[in-house]
Write a protein that binds this ligand. Structure first.
Ligand code: C2E
Ligand code: SIN
Ligand code: FE
Length: 402
């Protein structure tokens, strides 16, 4: 049972289901947690969040029911641990090593799978399912590593890496939307296979460096239906994956294709697919366009009224962060650095590797600054543009050598 309480009533042993706050102040990535240490309690109480929902079937109740709480519970409560234990969180650096391998193996697997499809053969869905498992466990250990890494692609392997990237994004988004384990895997598989129909589109169109002619775009628009056909002839493909393949280019306002569905006529999975697909497309270097930075991409997507389901889009923004990994930021002290890792406690206090000072207009010895530990003595004042500042190899700062 859920109760809404003031943060002053919070105490260790309570299970927090949800923070009642605007998302940018929310001090925790995972929105639900068993409050099991006093430091977290202090952090939450200092964060500016005023109220939280607690689940009293999973943790302690408030000591005395509030006067206006008519559903008073008996005084004796026992702590019941949450049913599923989340896998251990890994540090960004540790996960990065594994994520590099998963990306490389994933790209090879998807390339093979999709080329089979191009030759008219059924998909090796067993390999697809095992890949979804690997990607999913990486995202559970640390969502930031694989997601940041899969964004870095070159135009030649775009379609294959895009599949891996959208799979990871769908899993992170499913988690954020609190879908259950099966739905989360379904979402991942859907992301992995959504563009398989592009194998039926001529390579010269996909690789065209410039804008498509109307006829070429008509041909591209066949890919959802073609993909759906391939998937319906392959074994063990969930309804969600079939649906996302067919409907990831529908738009919330009814202007998409192939069926011009509107609003909730589009399944939740396909509304998620639309957001993840476009985000990864526009943050990537493709044959016809260089990618934008993550924060710039989110800003633009927020302006495309009607394209996305606003609720799904908001949840997605929380997955990526306000200062996404790889973003160039300026600190109050005049230092410039790259966001290298998200913080578990707040979207506003990531770890930043500083390497330049605007005060001296010169490079400084690189230093890792953990803004969460600085307690406000230094903080991010804004995003910076690497090109404008003439800074090179910003990606190398957080992704390391390829
Ligand atoms: P894609 O490159 O994977 O892009 C997927 C979707 O992301 C696009 O679907 C669109 O909704 C969004 N998107 C990508 N880039 C931009 C952009 O610069 N601005 C905006 N507003 N949205 C963007 P869409 O448009 O239905 O295109 C489907 C596929 O058609 C693309 O997949 C790509 O393979 C191909 N395509 C589209 N336009 C061009 C083009 O001008 N040149 C070439 N070579 N291919 C194109
Ligand atoms: C869109 O909704 O994707 C089109 C808007 C734009 O290209 O700016
Ligand atoms: Fe597509």
């Amino acid at each position: 049972m859920l109760k809404r309480i003031n943060v002053e009533q919070l105490r260790v042993g309570m299970f927090i289901q949800k923070f009642c706050s605007t998302w940018d102040e929310s001090p925790f990535w995972r929105t639900s947690l068993l409050l099991d240490n006093p430091k977290d309690l202090e952090k939450i109480q200092a964060s500016g969040v005023e109220e939280v929902w607690i689940d009293i079937s999973k943790g302690l109740d408030i000591a005395k029911p509030a006067a206006d709480n008519i559903e008073a519970e008996p005084a004796v409560q026992k702590i019941v641990p949450p049913p599923v234990l989340a896998p251990r969180r890994a540090s960004f650096d540790d996960e990065m090593a594994r994520a590099k391998k998963i990306c490389a193996d994933g790209k090879t697997a998807v390339t093979t799978m999709f080329q089979e499809a191009r030759m008219g053969n059924a998909l090796n869905t067993a390999r697809a399912h095992s890949l979804v498992e690997e990607i999913s466990s990486s995202v559970m250990r640390n969502p930031d590593a694989l997601i940041s890494l899969a964004r870095l692609k070159n135009k030649d392997d775009y379609t294959y890496m895009h599949s891996v990237a959208v799979c990871a994004l769908m899993i992170a988004l499913a988690k954020k939307l609190r879908l259950d384990d099966k739905q989360t895997r379904d979402a991942g598989l859907a992301g992995l296979l959504h563009d398989v129909g592009k194998m039926m589109v001529s390579q010269s169109i996909l690789d065209k460096p410039g804008k498509l002619t109307d006829d070429e775009f008509v041909a591209v628009k066949e890919h959802p239906v073609e993909g759906h056909k391939i998937l319906s002839e392959s074994p063990d493909v969930s309804e969600a994956a079939l649906d996302v393949c067919l409907h990831h280019h529908e738009r919330f306002d009814g202007t998409g294709y192939p069926h011009r569905l509107v609003g909730e006529q589009i399944s939740l999975f396909s509304r998620m697919g639309a957001v993840c697909d476009v985000y990864d497309a526009i943050t990537s270097n493709r044959a016809y366009k260089a990618g934008w930075e993550p924060s710039e991409s989110l800003r633009r997507m927020a302006e495309w009224n009607g394209h996305f389901d606003p609720v799904v889009f908001q949840a997605f923004v929380k997955c990526i962060g306000i200062y996404p990994t790889g973003a160039l930021v300026k600190l109050k002290t005049g230092r410039i650095g790259v966001v290298v890792e998200q913080s578990e406690s707040s979207l506003l206090t990531p770890k930043v590797k500083v390497f330049f000072s605007v005060k001296s207009n010169a490079y400084i010895p690189p230093e890792l600054v953990d803004l969460a530990k600085l307690e406000g003595s230094d903080k991010i004042v804004g995003l910076e543009d690497a090109q404008k500042l003439g800074l090179k190899n910003v990606h190398g700062m957080w992704a390391g050598p390829a």
